[in-house]
Design a protein around this ligand. Structure first.
Ligand SMILES: Nc1ncnc2c1ncn2[C@@H]1O[C@H](COP(=O)(O)OP(=O)(O)OP(=O)(O)O)[C@@H](O)[C@H]1O
Ligand SMILES: O=c1[nH]c(=O)c2[nH+]cn([C@@H]3O[C@H](COP(=O)(O)O)[C@@H](O)[C@H]3O)c2[nH]1
Ligand SMILES: NC(=O)CC[C@H](N)C(=O)O
Ligand SMILES: [Mg+2]
Length: 519
């Protein structure tokens, strides 16, 4: 079954780190969108027949030879277009304006002044007002394409917002999709609803229906193995896929020995209790720990774990008589940090085991229905699917597990020490009623020993670091400001109760510059 074509917006990706945020804002405005890399945007346009186009930002400069362009015929399609940053620059140049390398760019917070009303501002901004926006550019438009006029200016960008009302083309030098442009979501909502005329009635219920149709179309009569970790993403993916293809699905829970205290038993029994989905429990502790012995480089550890996961999934696929597909609960942040969406020049931060950690030769094709979503959207979808809060509200836990919370070499002994400390920390967080206020909290076991004194003895043991962050999508994060009494209670308990740890510190680093995990 394929669903009828729905009203949509096409987002053309030029490689910006925040392109997915554009899609997200469009979803939040109740409109369906798809992202296509610039070099396959023409095909996507044919298929979707969108009601509007948004051109993303990107790291290239339009002055470079061979830098990416929007398909020229988009500008003659008679539908509204919004160009953002690089998207604005290429749009202006492709339509006859000029762009130059700015002597100095604008990076971060900037203020724009509204010079004139335009359809993007309806019900939002008026002439003469000043508003905060977020800029990140070195180049700038120096001559407008015919038909455009300036509707807002900033100090560094005389053409902060320009409009060609007749064609319904708009262009911003700043990024409306990021939260640091406080009215940005509303500007984007004005574009998709008011300018493109879309109703704004698209919901997660429709996402569910679309994905179910997509999964059926992709999988056909084939068999699917789904990696199930007990985390939100894979639980939601498994339930969604099960709704689409029923018994063609087998879930595989890999116990790699890098789980938290009691987690493996809990995941398996919870899932069996709530769902009639086939679930295989694989105990592979020895295999993972043997393979990790001697590895200390974070990327090597991640790649090994990613490869081993796939090897196990392939073995399980054989055991069920062959499976053609591997399903995972991969989300957008896993993808953007591991590889560039366009295969272009955005940089790799770390190889999430389920993306960059995949071996190059893999026999199964991927089914990743959540690949465009952010975690909080997955939670909304999970509730839509009727998943119990106990799954939906769980803190994320990375696939490589404790291996990336033990910098340096991983051993069973160190995993056991960390498991105990982590359990105490989380128990105290729950007791204090803070679990739901925190995005993710965990302990890290450092490869550093320090001297202490306990009961008049000298100790020389490991340091444990505690981390807790707040976030909405895992892309940026702030530290959770525990009070001192809480932290000292946890520190005391860990040092008293866990042999092998004699010092506890609290990690005060936000993301960026830190990442949430230590490796
Ligand atoms: N122990 C595991 N056994 C089987 N598959 C796993 C395991 N750990 C991770 N995976 C697979 O890797 C994917 C990505 O892991 P990730 O931790 O991002 O998601 P999650 O565990 O489902 O959710 P959460 O982010 O809330 O922990 C999972 O959705 C799952 O398909
Ligand atoms: O499934 C996963 N496989 C991985 O390899 C991985 N690395 C990080 N994470 C989780 O992703 C979020 C962002 O983490 P970072 O700030 O450390 O990149 C946080 O929620 C991390 O726990 C992972 N999840
Ligand atoms: N964020 C962007 O899209 C930047 C566009 C271009 N690379 C510039 O520096 O102006
Ligand atoms: Mg997980």
């Amino acid at each position: 079954m394929t669903l009828p074509l729905q009203d949509s917006i096409l987002i053309v990706d030029f490689g910006s780190q925040v392109t997915q945020l554009i899609a997200r804002r469009v979803r939040e405005a109740g409109v369906y969108s798809e992202i296509a890399p610039f070099n396959s945007a023409a095909e996507a346009f044919e298929r979707l027949k969108p009601k509007g186009i948004i051109l993303s930002g990107g790291p290239s400069s339009v002055m470079w030879e061979d830098s990416p362009r929007a398909p020229q015929h988009f500008f003659d399609a008679g539908i509204p277009i919004l160009g953002i940053c690089y998207g604005q620059q290429t749009m202006m140049q492709q339509m006859g304006g000029t762009v130059e390398g700015g002597e100095s760019g604008e990076f971060g917070r900037a203020f724009i002044e509204v010079k004139k009303g335009c359809a993007l501002f309806d019900g939002l901004w008026s002439e003469g007002e000043k508003h905060q926006v977020w800029m990140s550019h070195g180049d700038k438009v120096t001559r407008l394409a015919p038909g455009f006029e300036v509707v807002a200016v900033s100090e560094g960008a005389p053409y902060a917002i320009t409009a060609n009302e007749e064609k319904r083309f708009y262009a911003t030098q700043f990024h409306p999709e990021v939260v640091h442009t406080p009215d940005g979501a509303k500007l984007l909502a004005n574009f998709v609803r008011h300018v493109c005329g879309l109703a704004g009635d698209w919901t997660m219920a429709e996402f569910r229906a679309t994905k179910i149709a997509d999964i059926r179309a992709q999988v056909g009569e084939g068999r699917v193995i789904c990696g199930l970790s007990g985390g939100v993403d894979s639980a939601v993916a498994a339930v969604l896929i099960h709704e689409a293809i029923g018994d063609q699905l087998t879930c595989v829970f890999v116990d790699h020995g890098l789980m938290r205290l009691g987690e493996a038993e809990q995941v398996v029994s919870l899932f069996r209790e709530h769902y009639g989905i086939k679930l295989v429990h694989v105990n592979a502790e020895e295999r993972f720990l043997n393979g990790l012995a001697g590895l200390t480089d974070p990327e090597k550890k991640r790649k090994f774990i990613g490869g081993e996961f796939i090897a196990l999934f392939e073995e399980e696929a054989k055991a069920v008589g062959g499976a053609d597909f591997l399903a995972q609960g991969t989300l957008y942040p896993d993808v953007i940090e591991s590889v560039s969406f366009t295969g272009g020049p955005s940089v790799t931060i770390k190889s999430h085991h389920n993306v960059g950690g995949l071996p190059e030769r893999m026999n199964m094709k991927l089914v990743e229905p959540l690949r465009e979503l952010f975690k909080d959207e997955v939670r909304v979808l999970g509730r839509e699917l009727g998943l119990p809060e106990i799954f939906v509200g769980r803190h994320p836990f990375p696939g490589p597990g404790l291996a990336i919370r033990i910098p340096g070499e991983v051993s069973k002994e160190r995993c056991d020490i960390l498991r105990k400390a982590d359990a105490i920390y989380l128990e105290e967080i729950r007791n204090a009623g803070l679990y739901d206020a925190i995005w993710q909290a965990f302990a890290v076991l450092l490869p550093v020993r320090t001297v202490g004194v306990m009961g008049d003895h000298r100790t020389y043991d490991s340091v444990c670091a505690l981390r807790a962050v707040t976030s909405t999508d895992g892309m940026t994060a702030d530290i959770y400001p525990f009070d001192a009494a809480f932290l000292s209670r946890v520190a005391t308990r860990i040092i008293n109760e866990v042999k092998g740890i004699n010092r506890v510190v609290y990690d005060y680093t936000s993301k960026p510059p830190g990442t949430i995990e230590w490796e």
